[in-house]
Design a protein around this ligand. Structure first.
Ligand code: NAP
Length: 248
C-alpha cells in the first residue's frame, strides 16, 4: 500500500523540538519528504537522522525566522529540496508570558515577528503555488489561550488569535483553488519549550477534562489528520487538541 503523503513535500517550521519534531516524524511516516527548519543544527540533524533511520525522507534547513525575507529564503530552500511544497505546517513559535508591564517593545516585536509575520509571508510565498497546482494543505499551530483571556497571556495569546483569523481568511482565499487551510489549538504540551514552566504546566492542564499535559505526538497526529484525505471537507477550522479545555 502506498503511504498517503508519498510524492509530496512537507515544510514543517520549528521541526527541531516538541510539536514540530513530532509532526515531522509523523508526516515522514506517512511518506512525505519532510523539510524541517529550526535554528539549532545539532537538533535538526538528529531529527533528520531519526527519520531516515526509520526509512523516511527528510532534510534540515537552518533558518532564523524573523521577517519576510527569512520566510522567503526558507521557502526557496524547501522548493530546491522538494521541487515544490505541498504541505506547510506553521509551527515555529515563541511564548513569553508574564505581566504586561514586564514585557518590552522588543518582546512584543519578537513575538509578532515569529508567530504572525513569518507564517503570513510563508503562506504568501507558498499558497499561491499550491493554488496554481490545485492542491495543498496548510496547518497553523495556535493555542487555547488565543480564545481564553488569561492573565500574563495578552501578548502571546493575541499573536495566536491573529493566526486563527488568518487561518479562516486563507481558507476563504485559497480554498476555492483546492488548498485547505486549518489550525490546531493545543493545550499544555510537554516540550523543550515548556520545560521551563515546571509544575505550572501540569497545573494549567488540571483545568481541562483530560486533566493532564499532552505529549507532542498527540498534537502531531491531529496535524497529520488535517493534511491528509480524512479531513478533505475540513476547511478554515481551528481544531482544539486540548484535552477538552476549551469545552468547559
Ligand atoms: P519548542 O519546543 O520551544 O520548539 C519551538 C520550535 O520553534 C523549535 O524548533 C525552534 O527552533 C523553533 N523556533 C522558535 N523561534 C524560532 C525562530 N525565531 N526562528 C526559527 N525557528 C524558531 O515549542 P513547542 O512547545 O513544541 O511549540 C510549538 C508550537 O506550538 C508553538 O507555535 C507554540 O506556540 C505552540 N503551542 C505550544 C503549546 C505547548 O504547551 N507546548 C501549547 C499550545 C501551543 P530551534 O530550537 O531549533 O531554534
Amino acid at each position: 500500500m502506498t503511504a498517503e503523503l508519498s510524492g509530496s513535500t512537507a515544510l514543517v517550521t520549528g521541526g527541531t523540538s516538541g510539536i514540530g519534531r513530532a509532526t515531522a516524524v509523523a508526516l515522514a511516516g506517512l511518506g512525505a519528504h519532510v523539510v524541517l527548519s529550526g535554528r539549532d543544527a545539532g537538533r535538526g540533524d538528529e531529527v533528520v537522522s531519526a527519520i531516515r533511520a526509520a526509512g523516511g525522507k527528510a532534510d534540515f534547513v537552518a533558518a532564523e525566522l524573523t521577517d519576510a525575507a527569512s520566510a522567503r529564503s526558507l521557502a526557496d530552500r524547501a522548493r530546491e529540496l522538494g521541487g515544490h511544497v505541498d504541505v506547510l505546517v506553521n509551527n515555529a513559535g515563541i511564548f513569553p508570558t508574564g505581566p504586561t508591564a514586564d514585557l518590552s517593545e522588543a518582546d512584543f516585536d519578537r513575538v509578532y515577528a515569529t508567530n504572525v509575520k513569518v507564517p503570513f509571508f510563508l503562506v504568501a510565498e507558498l499558497a499561491p503555488e499550491m493554488a496554481a497546482r490545485g492542491q495543498g494543505a496548510i496547518v497553523n499551530v495556535s493555542t487555547v489561550v488565543a480564545l481564553r483571556g488569561m492573565a500574563g497571556m495578552a501578548l502571546y495569546g493575541s499573536s495566536k488569535a491573529a493566526v486563527e483569523l488568518m487561518t479562516k481568511a486563507w481558507a476563504a482565499e485559497f480554498g476555492p483553488s483546492g488548498v485547505r487551510v486549518n489550525a490546531v489549538s493545543p493545550g499544555p504540551t510537554r516540550t523543550g519549550g515548556t520545560a521551563a514552566f515546571g509544575e505550572g504546566l501540569d497545573e494549567l492542564a488540571t483545568a481541562g477534562p483530560a486533566g493532564r499535559v499532552a505529549a507532542p505526538e498527540e498534537i502531531a497526529s491531529a496535524i497529520a489528520f488535517l493534511v491528509t484525505g480524512g479531513s478533505s471537507f475540513v476547511q478554515g477550522a481551528v481544531l482544539p487538541v486540548d484535552g477538552g479545555r476549551l469545552a468547559v
